[in-house]
Design a protein around this ligand. Sequence first.
Ligand code: MG
Length: 387
Amino acid sequence: MVTTVAVLGSTGSIGTQTLDVIDRHPERFAVQSLAAGRASRLLIDQIERYQPTQVVVANELAAHELVGAGIDRSLVSIGATGLETAAGDANVTVNAVLGFAGLPATLGALRAGRRLALANKESLIAAAPLVEQVRSTPGAEIVPVDSEHCAIHQCLSVVGGGAASVRRVLLTASGGPFRTATTDELADVGVEDALAHPTWSMGPKITIDSSTLMNKGLEVIEAHALFGIGFDAIEVVVHPQSIVHSMVEFVDGSTIAQLSMPDMRLPISYALGYPERLAVAFGPVDFAGGVEMTFEAPDLERFPALELAYEAGRIGGAAPAWLSGSNEVAVEAFLTGAIGWRAIAETVAAVLERYEPDPLDSLDAVLHADGRARDVTRAILGGRLVG
Ligand code: MG
């Protein structure tokens, strides 16, 4: 039987790699829907090639442009409603939408009892209590596409014993492009420096997050939400070679790790095929060819964003939503040259100090918390923001 797939965020890094994986298994998977923010040439090419039954874009303008390019208007839907419907209709939804805008896809897939292959960590982080509610729908399951969480999912799958047998989860971090930079050097790094990731090729938002270690901080919260593991039992360890994608240490002292060369098509393939393994290999390790693996503790002084994420995670409620929303605004400000690199974490810290507690028991509450976090961030950044 062919598995239908919604590829939401199809023109981004994860989206294009998902289509690459699907291309290698034409007998197993069919693209049912595609979603992207804009009506780019790439999206139009994808529509012509994969012939989806549904296409979602961010707004009317983009829909109009698709029609202008010869796409049938009846295929096209818009925004949050479109994402939610597309996610509910397919057997598997790959949610690779950028940032908080991916929330309707996460909720739509789970509410419909579908598999969610989750690359959009922001939706889970900002709305964990809501996601938790819909996750218990019969048939609903989350298989993480984030490489670290995919690794943890694999480590936990091969070992029995349940939660009581886990002592700690070790999330690995490459350390990003500034792992060895001094505090002085960090004062004047530019956008180009921050976008030069040493081991992974990814979109700009996550690449900047990797340079500040905010990405790892968001992943700590993501691991807590996905696997129900307490923050004291989640540790970050810097591993510059990005070969060990994460590890689980058990109460008897044994550690299980997942290894592969950095290639996001492996976690995508795992999430599409689970519980089976798809027989096209990505990133097998050539151990005999000589593999160096080193590990070290993260430096919280130079990378304060990591500690901020632990703080927000421990506060719970809407604090992770504030952290993530504020970070999205600050990263955008950095990418447009409005603020420096160190100001990203400083801004998020200032926003968290103004946190307004909220239990986040409804979608309205989540939207409100995200909006408040962004407003407070923009107020703090003030005149430095353009547009
Ligand atoms: Mg990751």
